[in-house]
Every structure is written in structure tokens, then in C-alpha cells.
Design a protein around this ligand. Structure first.
Ligand SMILES: N[C@@H](CCC(=O)N[C@@H](CS)C(=O)NCC(=O)O)C(=O)O
Length: 207
């Protein structure tokens, strides 16, 4: 059994979709970020950076429980545990690593910037919001150009790179004007992923 601590956001959805895709047994617990539940000493003992999602797998690689935080680490861990959603070729695995990094290191923080300056930082600093929106659109243009002649992000197959990117396209994109409307290739890719039953279930977890 896997214990999941998470929230109904794109970062959470990446892990929720992966758990559903891998058909793993898990129990989901919503963490009250607004109330500060992630800043308690108990929570920091799981993730010192005080962020979700986190999983605790009772059956870790050595048979003992393991705690995993950071979405990329969780996706890679579950992929290795189940032997799924990772290309068999070394070249394909490099492509997966590149797209995991591009989405999580570059695109995710841009949407976090939009969220923080729109909702958390006092004063609604419009130039900051516009800066992050402009940069997020540039990143989507890169993704869109790539998907013009690729069915999936890596190795011509559905992998954790797609699972990591899909919730950003489906959920985070709502915070830029016109959402995914200008990005026809991202829409084609996202529409095909949205048809998967596991994705449909995962996207609703904790919603
Ligand atoms: N790099 C982290 C980012 C996770 C993250 O930003 N989580 C947000 C929720 S989507 C969070 O826990 N925010 C709490 C806070 O910033 O205080 C990952 O990939 O898991």
C-alpha cells in the first residue's frame, strides 16, 4: 500500500495519474496548504522543503518503507517499481530525462510565479504577472513546435515524460490568456492523453 500526501494541483495530478496508470493500491490524504499543515515538524520530517506531493511506500526497494518527495523522483520511483512508462532504449531514457527537466525546472516555476503574484504576494504586481505569463507562453511554444512532428514527448511512446507534462497543459494552462487555444499540437497531444481511463481517474483525485 502507498500513502499519498497531496493536493488537487498540476503537481499533485502528475503523481495521481501515475498511481492510476500503474494500477497501484494507494490511499490519498489531502494536505491543507492554506492552513499550513505542510509547515509542521511532522510534515517536515517527510519533506524538509515542506511541499507536496509525497508518497510513502510500505514496500520499498529493500522491502522496508520508503518516503519519496519531488514529483520527478516519485514518477521515476514508481516507473522503476512497476517497470512501466519508461523506454527500453538508452536514447529514449535521455529524451524522458530532458522533458522531465524542461517541464519541472522551467515551465512549472513559471506557472508558480503566475500563481504567487496573482494570489499570494500582496499588491498584485501586474508586471511580474505579465512577465511569468509571457515566459510560460514561450515555453508552450517550444513544446508545441516539438509536438508538431512527435506523437509523444519521448521515444514515440507514452512515458512518464507525458504523465509529468499533461497536468501542466490541462490545468496550469488555464492561468494564461486563451489557455491552450493557440497551441494546436499541444491540444492534439493532450486530447489523446485525456482519453486514457487512468488519466481521467487520476485527474479527479482529491478534487
Ligand atoms: N519541486 C516540487 C514542487 C512541488 C510544489 O511546488 N508543491 C506545491 C503544491 S503544487 C506546494 O507544496 N506548495 C506549498 C508551499 O509552497 O508552501 C515537486 O516537483 O514536487
Amino acid at each position: 500500500m502507498i500513502q499519498l500526501y497531496s493536493v488537487f494541483t498540476a503537481n499533485g495530478q502528475k503523481v495521481h495519474v501515475m498511481l492510476e496508470e500503474c494500477e497501484l493500491e494507494y490511499s490519498a490524504m489531502a494536505v491543507d496548504l492554506v492552513g499550513g499543515a505542510h509547515r509542521t515538524p511532522e510534515f517536515r520530517s517527510l519533506n524538509p522543503f515542506a511541499r507536496v506531493p509525497i508518497i510513502i511506500d510500505e514496500q520499498g526497494p529493500d522491502g522496508n518503507p520508503i518516503t519519496v518527495c519531488e514529483t520527478i523522483a516519485i514518477l521515476e520511483y514508481l516507473s522503476a517499481k512497476t517497470g512501466r512508462f519508461m523506454p527500453s532504449s538508452a536514447r529514449g531514457r535521455v529524451e524522458v530525462a530532458q522533458w522531465l527537466s524542461f517541464i519541472t525546472s522551467n515551465v512549472g516555476p513559471l506557472f508558480r510565479g503566475i500563481f504567487m503574484f496573482s494570489n499570494i504576494v500582496p499588491g498584485k504586481i501586474q508586471p511580474a504577472i505579465e512577465h511569468f505569463q509571457t515566459e510560460a507562453k514561450k515555453a508552450f511554444a517550444v513544446l508545441d513546435a516539438y509536438l508538431a512532428d512527435h506523437e509523444f514527448l519521448a521515444a514515440n511512446e507514452y512515458t512518464i515524460a507525458d504523465i509529468n507534462a499533461y497536468p501542466v497543459a490541462a490545468t496550469s494552462s488555464k492561468s494564461i490568456a486563451r489557455g491552450l487555444e493557440p497551441y494546436t499540437n499541444i491540444r492534439r497531444w493532450a486530447d489523446s492523453i485525456a482519453k486514457r481511463a487512468a488519466v481521467q481517474r487520476g485527474m479527479k483525485v482529491l478534487g
